[in-house]
Ligand binder design. Structure first.
Ligand SMILES: [Zn+2]
Ligand SMILES: [Zn+2]
Ligand SMILES: [Zn+2]
Ligand SMILES: [Zn+2]
Length: 134
């Protein structure tokens, strides 16, 4: 008899940041936001369309940028900055949740187990144009 390993995929990881609306917990391809949000300035344009008014740089941070975080609605850092308090909270929550899930797995009864196998969108993918003007 073959041994079957059931692997549970966590679909909505709280530490995934949407590259379209900059919010946490979903991928850009699951994003339901009507308008994109710029990661750098929080305005309603794609991060790759972000342009500077002072210099010809586009889709990248430059020295003229006044960063605005869409998630905590504050100036001073961009939406993916590690010092963002919202991001910190999300990462802490995600870690706690994962811990919870791993303990759940050990105590759960087979009847209550509902494996979700149809989704492996577990990897964070970036579509931002980081490589421009390098
Ligand atoms: Zn989104
Ligand atoms: Zn922008
Ligand atoms: Zn500039
Ligand atoms: Zn923030």
């Amino acid at each position: 008899m073959r041994k079957v390993t059931v692997r549970r995929f966590v679909i909505n990881r709280e530490d995934i940041q949407c590259s379209n609306c900059q919010e946490f917990g979903h991928h850009y391809f699951r994003c339901s936001a009507k308008e994109p949000v710029c990661r750098f300035c929080g305005s309603a344009h794609r991060t790759s369309d972000h342009s500077c008014t002072e210099c010809p740089k586009k889709g990248t941070k430059c020295g003229h940028l006044t960063p605005f975080c869409h998630n905590c609605k504050e100036n001073g850092h961009i939406a993916s900055d590690n010092k963002c308090p919202i991001k910190k909270t999300q990462l802490t929550m995600a870690r706690a949740q994962r811990k919870l899930q791993s303990t759940e797995k050990q105590t759960i009864t087979p009847a209550a187990e509902t494996p979700t196998q149809n989704n492996n969108h577990d990897e964070q993918m970036e579509v931002d144009t980081h490589t421009q003007n390098e």
